[in-house]
Ligand binder design. Structure first.
Ligand code: AMP
Length: 633
């Protein structure tokens, strides 16, 4: 079957299509209904079925190929950057997951309880996710680069019974203590977890809070022989929550199911990532992001592959480290982000050439627009197909790509590709809500029901799910991706950036409103606007414009610099260094409409040297002059 026929069946006869795909996983109880869409936009997949993600990722393979590698944890966060690694076979991974599951149970965690995982890229983080899946607890992984306030909002929203963390992460060989941030976050949150389970890597001092904090290694010893059978879950039970930024300052908890997600991953691993049991797969993302959930942990394991968990930067001990890993572990499929490739492109090409990369079949890139230059460079350097794929935290797996497991439909430079199975993608005019013609720019939307694996709702807030994602057009109820796009004459889509206030820094999705809220907490900030500005390496960087409360305190360039430094520190402490703006400019006025709405798009345009656009509604044109002057200084 070629792509066209395959895709057509997925949207014209979804019941047949997804019933077949569902056979890629084990079901404890067969489902009665493929999709229940009686209450749009909510969709329930594989209703009546019972399954378990951990069973499909681990136990199933432990039974069939128990001695083959499942998890290969590699760290270059060693004193001199020399890689250290440890491998778990599927059988060993099952044992370790059962131990962690037993520890969680002993701390009172049960089905439906939330477990917040705030961990560096170490194997215990994977055990924790799988253990939750095993016992039906709902995990909420928070990226280790986030700091106290970001963490506190997530604790408060998810209300975890347990938080699992570690003494520290590490970056470039330098320990980054997690425990003080975690303690501060728990202090800030109205909800307090029953327990905090801590992995001690002996990288930083840890003060344990009596009665609340417990040591992972000690409890593990007590549960070495634990056997914890999987808990069979209803297909539409919740597997996890993953927070992501949106238009407001409050992150949204993307809520995912069990059965639909397992099927979507099994299906995409087959058709898009061409996963073969026993092959090795390497994604350079982080478990704190959706790529880490879908294509470091669950996807490759569900496909019976060995997955590499990598802690470290792409440049330490030197810029050949990823290629060393590919050579040593005979990596077949690799997944990374355009930013990482742009960083590597600046390094001497011999570093790549010196390794035998013949095992590698394809490189998958996602998370941000892939520019033609970067794509062409890496295709040439590696000599393998570069597969761009476009998706979001919300969808859990690619919306657009080319499905190399189906046919060899050519890729097109600058385009992530064509719709993947089950996604009924359209481009609508922002103002009109009508379908755009070929090559006409509009908003990328998806018709309901969304395919399996996509978000069920916003955690604890069905109303927000409907109002944020499904109510953007008066013409019809469709899911908005909040991305601009066009479709060319041949059906290839091109993504042209976000329609909302979300920015994408080095593949990390950040809300400008969250950064603004954090900056506003500095006592010399009266107003602030944060915009995303094009950057050669990171895709975008955040740039802040602040109106100081006391202008006299920032009268000199040195005082302005001091304020910038202080603002960096505030953002680092509250949100984490990932959210730190690249520059802070002082102004007396910000461009706004007469109704007081910040004209972020105009500010962004000025920062990128473009025309600020239609300014008929601007309150005070002098504000634009100020932005220009600030940029020049
Ligand atoms: P996240 O939820 O963090 O995965 O971010 C999703 C957003 O990243 C999308 O809405 C897009 O704006 C952007 N994005 C992800 N993948 C791509 C891609 N392949 N090409 C262009 N933009 C992308």
């Amino acid at each position: 079957m070629n792509y066209e026929a395959f895709y057509r069946q997925s949207v014209d006869d979804p019941d047949t299509f997804w019933s077949r795909e569902a056979q890629r996983i084990d079901w404890h109880r067969a489902f009665d209904t493929v999709c229940d869409h009686a209450r749009p936009p909510f969709a329930r997949w594989f209703v009546g079925g019972e399954t378990n993600l951990c069973h499909n990722a681990v136990d199933r393979w432990a039974q069939r190929q128990g001695d083959t590698p499942a998890l290969i944890a590699i760290t270059t966060e060693t004193p001199d950057g020399t890689p250290a690694e440890k491998t778990w076979t599927f059988a060993e991974l099952q044992r370790e997951t059962e131990r962690t599951a037993a520890i969680m149970r002993s701390l009172g965690v049960g089905r439906g309880d939330r477990v917040l995982i705030y961990m560096p890229m170490i194997a215990e983080a994977v055990f924790a996710m799988l253990a939750c899946a095993r016992i039906g607890a709902i995990h909420s992984v928070v990226f280790g680069g986030f700091a106290a306030n970001s963490l506190a909002t997530r604790i408060e929203d998810a209300q975890p019974a347990l938080i699992m963390s570690a003494d520290a992460g590490s970056r470039g060989g330098k320990a980054i203590p997690y425990k003080p941030l975690l303690d501060e976050a728990i202090g800030l949150s109205a909800h307090k977890p029953g327990h905090v389970l801590l992995v001690n890597r002996h990288l930083a001092e840890m003060n344990l809070v009596a009665g609340r904090d417990v040591d992972y290694a000690t409890l593990r010893e007590q549960h070495l022989d634990a056997q914890v059978p999987v808990t069979w879950l209803r297909s539409d039970e919740t597997s996890y929550i993953l927070y992501t930024s949106g238009t407001t300052g409050k992150p949204k908890g993307v809520q995912r199911d069990v059965g639909g997600y397992a099927v979507a991953l099994a299906s995409s691993m087959e058709h898009i990532f061409c996963g073969r049991p026993g092959d090795t797969y390497f994604s350079t993302s982080d478990i704190g992001w959706v790529v880490g959930h879908s294509y470091i942990v669950y996807g490759p394991l569900i496909a019976g592959m060995a997955t590499i968990l990598y802690e470290g930067t792409p440049l330490r001990p030197d810029a050949s480290i990823w290629w060393q890993i590919v050579e040593k572990h005979k990596v077949a499929r690799m997944f990374s982000a355009p930013t990482a490739v742009r960083v590597l492109k600046k390094q001497p090409p011999e570093l790549m050439k010196r390794h035998d990369l013949s095992s590698l079949k394809a490189l998958y890139l996602a998370g941000e627009p892939l520019d033609e230059n970067t794509s062409a460079w890496v295709a040439d350097a590696l000599g393998v197909p570069i597969i761009d794929n476009y998706w979001q935290t919300e969808t859990g797996w690619p919306i657009l790509s080319v499905a190399r497991g189906i046919d060899d439909k050519p890729t097109r430079l600058g385009s992530p590709g064509v719709p993947m199975p089950g996604y009924r993608v359209k481009i609508l005019g922002e103002a009109t809500g009508t379908v755009c013609g070929a090559n006409e720019k509009g908003v990328v939307v998806i018709e309901g029901p969304l395919p399996p694996g996509c978000l069920q709702t916003v955690w604890g807030n069905d109303e927000r799910f409907v109002s944020a994602y499904w109510s953007n057009f008066s013409t019809e109820q469709v899911y908005s991706t909040f991305d601009w796009g066009i479709r060319d004459d041949d059906g290839y889509y091109f993504i042209l950036g976000r329609t909302d206030d979300v920015i994408n820094v080095a593949g990390h999705r950040l809300g400008t409103r969250e950064i603004e809220e954090s900056i506003s907490s500095h006592d010399n900030v009266s107003e602030v606007a944060v915009v995303g500005v094009e950057d050669k390496i990171k895709g975008q960087v955040a740039v802040a414009f602040v109106i100081p409360r006391h202008a006299d305190r920032v009268a000199t360039p040195e005082a302005k610099q001091q304020l910038e430094k202080e603002i960096f520190a505030v953002v680092d402490r509250q949100l984490g260094a990932v959210a730190r703006p690249s520059r802070v400019h002082c102004v007396n006025l910000l461009p706004k409409t007469r109704s007081g709405k910040l004209l972020r798009r105009s500010i962004q345009a000025l920062c990128e040297g473009r025309d600020p656009g239609d300014l008929t509604t601007i309150e005070d044109p002098a504000s634009l002059v100020q932005i220009r002057e600030a940029l020049q200084s």
